[in-house]
Design a protein around this ligand. Structure first.
Ligand code: GLY
Ligand code: MN
Ligand code: MN
Length: 485
């Protein structure tokens, strides 16, 4: 539906999308009257409220005396006046707790310094009530165009944060008080706040605070993994349709997307569906290839739940339901590498040790197969690394609100940092034999395999949140048989 499709609504401003004209004052007055009151009284606070409060306490203690501004961000334009589905900035989501369809564009969380810490305010564009014109004129915010939002008092009940109208934020932010913000989250907010050398450290801090997950986050990540598991079942169920349909990769992609939207908020990232040698292209998101009997198909997908936490799971499946001997032997090497990665993940160990443990197994396997021209030990020297011709990427990253969570952390605290209880990580070794790789026998060429699971670091090791999604080739064959008959 176009917002300027009829004669009465020409002149829609691209930015605000307000209809310039209404037929008459009589019409405007008529539209304001005759509506049943519909404020929602006594909304229950969300479960996240106490966790978000504790997170803000940590942030407040780290930045005393300074105003902290966390924008949710604007809509992102897809083309002309069509936006993508709205998704708030992760730092805003983390400290506010705002979630699901409650998240509305342009909101800003402000922490005002006081004697003992900070007072928090959630600036929102509240509901366009029936006494405004915007509920029917504003294609961007109007209730009859995009649906109801909370009033200030409803949002306060839900999030237990004092709320203010977004119209007041310009005046506040122009008062000259020292302010730190997450640059790039909302350019209109950036333009009001003078840049501060501390902004980078502020962003780093908000990223690193998310290294260790609280119990609410771990349970949300488990929900994301469980919804993703259901999505993988859906994918397997449509493999016959994918084989029968041109561009069958899209059939698998669509099946997973359906689950993500029905069970969660969205995908946590664009699904990778690599059938045959497309599996050897690490970020194959075109997903426009055929799915052929006898090939493997690599599916890297994650459901983002309403709290915006995402899973990140990869399974490599035989399209026929049965691995060939060459597929199985390469698969088992990746499988063994992943077991070594799980074993390495424990508190006190450097994050990079997980990668080393997986790579050591893969390098030895490649040397045993006779494709590595030097010993595995020599290849494992950081300045040598020949095995990486087939392993291509690191095997772990933090996971949370972002699929590559804590992305603004310092290198020394991330890659070179020590694992701590409560961190959530992927373990995702892979082997990729390009179709034109003459170092491998022909039956191996074009095989790409990755196995990716999501683990939480425990007191003495790690727990696999995605343990219930079959991984061993025998278990995969059994799983597929149960869904494909
Ligand atoms: N899905 C992106 C990754 O595995 O890191
Ligand atoms: Mn990953
Ligand atoms: Mn992945």
């Amino acid at each position: 539906m176009s917002s300027n499709s009829d004669k009465d609504t020409v002149g829609v401003k691209a930015e605000k999308r307000i209809h310039d004209q209404v037929p008459s004052e009589q019409y405007a007055a008529f539209m304001r009257t005759g509506w049943t009151p519909s404020d929602l009284e006594g909304l229950e606070p969300l479960e996240v409220v106490t966790y978000a409060f504790a997170r803000r306490q940590v942030l407040s203690a780290a930045f005393p005396g300074v105003r902290l501004v966390l924008p949710s961000g604007p809509f992102k334009v897809r083309s002309h006046d069509t936006d993508y589905q709205y998704r708030p900035h992760s730092a805003f989501a983390y400290y506010s707790g705002v979630q699901g369809s409650d998240a509305t564009a342009d909101a800003v969380l402000v922490m005002e310094p006081t004697e003992g810490g900070h007072l928090t305010y959630l600036y929102i564009h509240p509901r366009s009530t029936r006494d405004t014109d915007s509920f029917y004129r504003d294609a961007k915010y109007g209730e009859l165009w995009v649906g109801r939002r909370y009033t200030l008092s409803e949002a306060k009940d839900r999030y237990q944060i004092d709320t203010r109208h977004l119209d007041e934020i310009q005046t506040l932010l122009k008062d000259g008080r020292e302010t730190l913000t997450i640059r790039g989250a909302d350019h209109s907010i950036d333009s009001i706040i003078p840049s501060n050398k501390g902004d980078i450290d502020f962003n780093t801090f908000t990223s690193q605070q998310r290294f260790v997950k609280d119990e609410y986050e771990i349970s949300e990540l488990q929900k994301a993994v469980d919804a993703t598991a259901a999505g993988f079942n859906d994918v397997i169920s449509v493999i016959p349709a994918a084989v029968a349909t041109p561009r069958g990769e899209r059939v698998l992609e669509a099946a997973f997307y359906g689950r993500a939207r029905v069970a969660g908020n969205d995908l946590g990232y664009t699904t990778i569906i690599g059938a045959g040698s497309h599996a050897c292209v690490l970020h194959w998101i075109r997903n426009d290839g055929d799915v052929r009997m006898g090939d493997l198909v690599l599916v890297d997908a994650g459901v983002e739940v309403d709290s915006f936490y995402t899973a990140d799971i990869t399974r490599t499946l035989p399209v026929s339901g049965k691995f060939s001997p060459a597929q199985r032997s390469l698969y088992m090497l990746v499988y063994e590498a992943q077991l070594a990665g799980f074993a390495a993940a424990k508190p006190g160990v450097k994050f990079s040790e997980i990668n080393k443990a997986c790579q050591a197994v893969l390098a030895k396997g490649l040397a045993d197969m006779g494709v590595l021209p030097i010993s595995a030990e020599e290849s494992m020297q950081p300045e040598v690394g020949l095995h990486r011709r087939w392993t291509l990427h690191g095997v772990s990253h933090h996971l949370g609100l972002d699929v590559h969570d804590c992305g603004h952390a310092r290198r020394e605290d991330y890659l070179d940092g020590e694992l701590r209880e409560g961190m959530v990580l992927t373990v995702e070794p892979g082997l990729y034999i390009q179709p034109d790789d003459e170092l491998f026998a022909p039956e191996y060429r074009g095989i790409g395999i990755r196995i990716e699971d999501d683990v939480v670091v425990t007191a003495d090791g790690c727990r696999n949140l995605s343990e219930d999604i079959p991984r061993h080739p025998d278990a995969i064959e059994k799983w597929m048989k149960s869904l494909l008959r």
